[in-house]
Design a protein around this ligand. Structure first.
Ligand SMILES: NC(=O)c1ccc[n+]([C@@H]2O[C@H](COP(=O)([O-])OP(=O)(O)OC[C@H]3O[C@@H](n4cnc5c(N)ncnc54)[C@H](OP(=O)(O)O)[C@@H]3O)[C@@H](O)[C@H]2O)c1
Length: 295
């Protein structure tokens, strides 16, 4: 497979944009990025037709309904995009011997652990978004003999909407933010996740792994753990932004969707299988801010 066709869904989102950037370093690959206009995952009947048009060798499914709070009120839409559409993509991949890399979330867990979650730990989503993403995982694994699912967490990037950009905007507007300090996780730079995906693809193309043995779920986040409060402090510290950050408990910041208190993922399985030690979260943040010309 010297010139594989790689199709990226959700190409205008954070991860989709980072994948398109990463693809510029692989000029021999034929990259197709599809936004919602070209491939709308709500329209389940169109999925097979679009895949047939492009005939990709590899699909990176970055598209998702990612608004965690709105998922509580737009249930049907969230479930269709996150829970149902992946089944159709996975089926096409299985029928056509294409590799599917599907992205899932730490929110499949309930957050009651106090050590990093393993891929084999019981899932128990505490919000509807987590339920829809878990449904998507289950469908993908059921339909596809060789799909790789990467669960990630707290994603940010210079592209799209995310916590880093929200904090910088609020600092600018108000100079004071209150941030929860009793939810813990691993912030993940979408650039690193895109590299992690391409690392899998390179090994797949080079036939460096047994496709059916590799199939399954892997955790992929930047290393280390912080609270949202500590994350905000580090954003301001590294970007030299003046802002007062007040730590608050979750109970003082009510949201439509419940969040897990602890959603750190153990990433050893990925590192062992694909031979890459994922960078620390602070290192990722520093590089992101540098790319945003803020540090
Ligand atoms: N963001 C996080 O903190 C986080 C954490 C854990 C896991 N994840 C997972 O990581 C993956 C990438 O997320 P991200 O952070 O890159 O999210 P994002 O920036 O919100 O990008 C998602 C993309 O999906 C597209 N999309 C939404 N509905 C669609 C539809 N019906 N058809 C086609 N495309 C549609 C969006 O298009 P529009 O631009 O038109 O809206 C957007 O470009 C997702 O699977 C997400 O569940 C994210």
């Amino acid at each position: 497979m010297s010139q594989p066709i790689i199709l990226i869904t959700g190409a205008n989102g954070q991860l989709g944009s980072e994948c398109l950037d990463a693809a510029t370093r692989e000029p021999q690959w034929n990259i197709i990025g599809l936004g919602r206009e070209e491939l709308d995952l709500e329209n389940l009947d169109s999925i097979e037709e679009v895949m047939d048009d492009y005939k990709p060798d590899i699909i990176i499914n970055c598209a998702a309904y990612t608004s965690v709070d709105k998922s509580e009120s737009e249930k049907e839409k969230a479930e269709r995009i996150n829970g149902d559409a992946p089944k159709f993509i996975a089926k096409w991949c299985d029928d056509n011997d294409a590799l599917l890399i599907h992205i899932s979330t730490d929110y499949v867990f309930d957050g009651n652990n106090n050590v990093p979650y393993l891929e084999t730990d019981d899932t128990n989503p505490v919000n509807f978004y987590g339920y829809t993403k878990l449904k998507g995982e289950t469908k993908v694994l059921h339909e596809d003999k060789q799909a790789v699912i990467l669960r990630t967490s707290w994603v940010y990037s210079e592209y799209g909407h995310n916590f880093v950009k929200t904090m910088l905007r609020l600092a600018n507007e108000r100079g004071l933010v209150s941030v929860v300090n009793d939810q813990f996780g691993s912030p993940t730079y979408a650039h690193d996740l895109a590299e992690g995906i391409f690392n899998v693809i390179r090994k797949y193309i080079a036939n460096e792994y047994d496709k059916e043995a590799v199939k399954g779920i892997y955790h992929f986040t930047n290393q280390g753990m912080v609270s949202w409060f500590e994350f905000a402090q580090k954003i301001f510290d590294l970007s030299k932004t003046e802002c007062t950050v007040l730590p608050i408990p979750t109970i003082d910041f009510p949201t439509p969707a419940t969040r897990p208190k602890y959603s750190v993922l153990n990433t050893q399985k990925y590192s062992k299988a694909f031979g890459w030690e994922i960078p620390n979260w602070e290192d990722g943040l520093r590089r992101c801010l540098r790319n945003m010309k803020l540090s």
